[in-house]
Write a protein that binds this ligand. Structure first.
Ligand code: RP5
Length: 287
């Protein structure tokens, strides 16, 4: 599937005035779209520098850039950490990697654990909306079948989103996709007999996905020196048999989970909605 039309042309979410931390006390420098690209000269550009205290010293986070023992291999696979971008070989200035899309109005690492790219994975699990467990429903206006996807309500932003998360050091993206889905949408961090019982079916379902997008995410947590990139993968349950046995229960960072009807009006994180609109077009489903 082509990734055109999903890639952000310019920063939007990660240039909002308030950085999403502690009662909006951290503010981004505000400027026009034309000043986003680094190659547009702005000699006096000097945004606030912010790295959230809560990430410092965490085992999943990098050390501070000023720490003499921290010598990352930028644009490379650095031990167990992937510091490559899907976009380009990013530049490094004053020891700090530079956001490949451009300025965000805030330097430092913000809430993100890694300097440079922070790799995430987004599992998009869909099925057809049915009456009971049998007949596929047709939308009365479009006369098309209706896709449903598993969406979670994020505890941090209060937004509905795909149950994605960060790739752990050394973890295969395929494993992250399944792990994050099970943790956030099935509460697998707590023991579940039902998940154990259907493990084989679930494993084989997650073996057959299609990449929808690989690249930069315009996430509100991005800064000039740290940003999120993701692999979004689609897993479709055409006959409803697999998703019928997957028990949904919000877990980890999610406060709610549901099967959400896919349409142009649905309430989903903007970037994730872009992924789903491509899937709806490909499957010729109601939109
Ligand atoms: C989004 O943040 C990505 O698309 C992914 O869904 C998510 C990863 O962050 P956490 O859920 O781990 O906070 O930008």
């Amino acid at each position: 599937m082509s990734t055109e039309n999903v890639v952000p042309k310019i920063h939007v979410n990660c240039r909002s005035l308030h950085y999403p931390f502690h009662n909006n006390t951290v503010k981004r420098l505000q400027f026009s779209d034309s000043l986003v690209p680094w190659n547009v000269g702005w000699p006096d550009y000097n945004p606030d520098d912010f790295t959230a205290p809560i990430i410092l010293g965490k085992p999943w986070a990098d050390r501070d850039i000023s720490d003499p023992t921290f010598s990352p291999k930028w644009n490379s696979i650095d031990g167990h950490v992937n510091r490559q971008s899907f976009m380009i070989n990013y530049s490094v200035k004053d020891k700090r990697p530079l956001n490949p899309v451009g300025r965000t109005g805030l330097s430092g690492r913000g809430l993100l654990g890694r300097w440079g790219p922070n790799h995430a994975a987004d599992p998009i699990v869909t099925r057809w909306k049915r009456k009971g467990s049998r007949d596929v429903l047709i939308h009365p206006k479009s006369q098309k079948k209706i896709l449903q996807l598993v969406a979670i309500l994020r505890g941090d932003s209060g937004e509905w989103a795909v149950p994605g998360g960060m790739v752990d050091p050394g973890e295969e993206v395929a494993d992250t996709l399944k792990r994050e889905f099970l943790e956030e949408a099935c509460n697998s961090l707590e023991k579940s007999d039902s998940l154990e019982e259907h493990k084989e079916i679930i494993d084989s379902f997650f073996d057959n996905g299609e990449v929808v997008y690989e690249g930069y995410v315009d996430d509100p947590r991005n800064t000039d020196n740290a940003w999120i990139e993701t692999v979004a993968m689609h897993f479709h349950d055409d006959d409803g048999n697999t998703t019928g046995v997957i028990p949904l229960q919000a877990g980890d960072d999610a406060v709610s989970v549901c099967w959400m009807d896919v349409s142009r009006d649905f309430q989903l994180n903007a970037m994730h909605a872009g992924f789903i609109s491509k899937i709806a077009a490909k499957h010729n489903s109601h939109w």
